[in-house]
Ligand binder design. Structure first.
Ligand code: NAD
Length: 381
């Protein structure tokens, strides 16, 4: 079978879906691996190392797509790429399926089997292929580093002959994978860290990292069977904002990571709360791409409020550490293919009643097969 890994075309995307190491794994399975020349350059993986691993580099994108049984890429494809693929071929990438009904329809119309990285269940068995986690973890780290670079302060306490510098105060809102890594990174840099999440059970994780859990009484919250947060009512959001305002006013850095799977991110920091923050403080909105947790955050931009608070709304903050983001992402792709690979027939086993497959397979055989997206596509759910 032929596997083709495209170079990313989205502006600012620095990651790739293949490393020389992951290519070697795929080739060991028996796949012929082609990749677009230069695909790893922005993440510092050299063409020569791909070639050494056995990858066939190509400049002919259209021919490689048309010939591929499996296509790997980080971001969703342009429509013309879907139309060029073979019927029955597999496409594996992030797809943003809740917001892309037309893309799913195009995959179905082309008879392409589309798999969404976002929809891989967050189970122990699927951990190796969990791209949301691998990227979120680096996003949490990068959020602290990006904030620290913009803050005109140091993070640790320093006792100097000229006086004592107090530790910076960091507030992390949303303690999933990204939030936990942000807490750990800020603690390593010596900051005083507080955190809040609506999911029960997070308090212990926050404390185990040496941070303080902020208690805000919201009434019943809860989480889905998949471990995701449930959306709050407008009254609960208002209570949360009131509880957070004082902590934000004292913070030097606020990192927001609050997301509700499949829905727009909750708006948690209002303009009034930003106005109440110290001039020079920095807010990093990791939910900026899914609607934003912070009033006036903008994807891909730093916004400085009239009051001097910097709001960082990076498009893809893990792209600032693209070498490692690519390393783990490529390993996620390889793990997915290894899991579904039949060593005897040297083909993918996509007919099994596998729980992981049921979660992430969106289109197959000319139709949308995932029940969550069938209605959006106009099929019977
Ligand atoms: P996410 O990106 O969906 O959300 C980030 C965090 O925001 C979550 O902790 C969520 O509870 C929180 N949040 C939502 N609304 C909020 C609000 N109003 N205020 C404050 N916080 C709010 O989450 P994620 O990092 O993708 O993790 C989702 C779940 O999956 C977690 O339970 C995590 O432990 C679990 N998980 C399991 C595995 C595994 O078992 N293999 C792997 C990764 C993640």
């Amino acid at each position: 079978m032929n596997c083709y890994v495209t170079a990313e075309t989205a502006p600012g995307e620095t990651r790739a879906a293949l490393t020389p190491a992951s290519a070697a794994e795929l080739i060991k399975l028996g796949l012929t691996v082609r990749a677009r020349s230069g695909l790893g350059t922005a993440a510092h993986y050299a063409d020569a190392d791909y070639t050494k691993a056995g990858v066939i580099l190509t400049e002919d994108h259209a021919a490689a797509l048309a010939d591929a049984d499996i296509v790997l890429r980080v971001r969703k494809p342009p429509a013309e790429d879907i139309a060029r693929m073979k019927r029955g071929a597999l496409h594996l990438s992030f797809l943003d399926p809740f917001n892309e009904p037309a893309l799913l329809a195009a995959f179905a119309a082309a008879g392409v089997t589309a798999v969404s990285l976002e929809m891989i269940p967050r189970t122990t068995l699927a951990q190796k292929m969990d791209a949301l986690s691998s990227q979120s973890s680096l996003a949490g780290y990068s959020a602290v580093i990006e904030a620290a670079q913009r803050l005109r302060m140091v993070l640790p306490m320093m006792m100097t002959p000229a006086g004592t510098i107090l530790p910076a105060r960091v507030f992390v809102v949303g303690v999933g994978v990204a939030g936990l890594q942000a807490i750990a990174t800020a603690k390593r840099l010596g900051a005083r860290v507080e955190a809040f999440d609506t999911r029960p059970g997070v308090e212990e994780q926050v404390k185990s990292l040496g941070a303080k859990f902020v208690k805000i009484e919201l009434g019943a919250t809860g989480q889905t069977a998949g471990g995701y947060a449930q959306a709050l009512t407008p009254e609960q959001i208002a209570k949360q904002q009131a509880g957070m305002a004082k902590i934000c006013a004292q913070a030097d850095i606020v990192i927001t990571t609050a997301k509700v799977f499949g829905r727009p991110a909750p708006r948690l920091l209002t303009q009034a709360m930003l106005d109440g923050m110290k001039p020079g403080s920095v807010v990093v909105d990791l939910a900026v791409e899914s609607g934003g947790n912070v009033a006036s955050s903008r994807p891909g931009e730093d916004v400085v409020t009239p009051h001097g608070v910097t709001i960082v709304g990076h498009h893809c903050i893990e792209g600032t550490v693209s070498h490692h983001a690519t390393q783990v992402l490529a390993a996620n792709f390889a793990a997915w293919l290894v899991h579904f690979w039949d060593v005897k027939t040297k083909t993918l086993r996509l007919d099994s009643p596998d729980e992981i497959l049921r979660g992430c397979l969106l289109t197959r055989g000319g139709v949308v097969v995932h029940p969550q997206f069938q209605k959006a596509e106009g099929q019977k759910g």
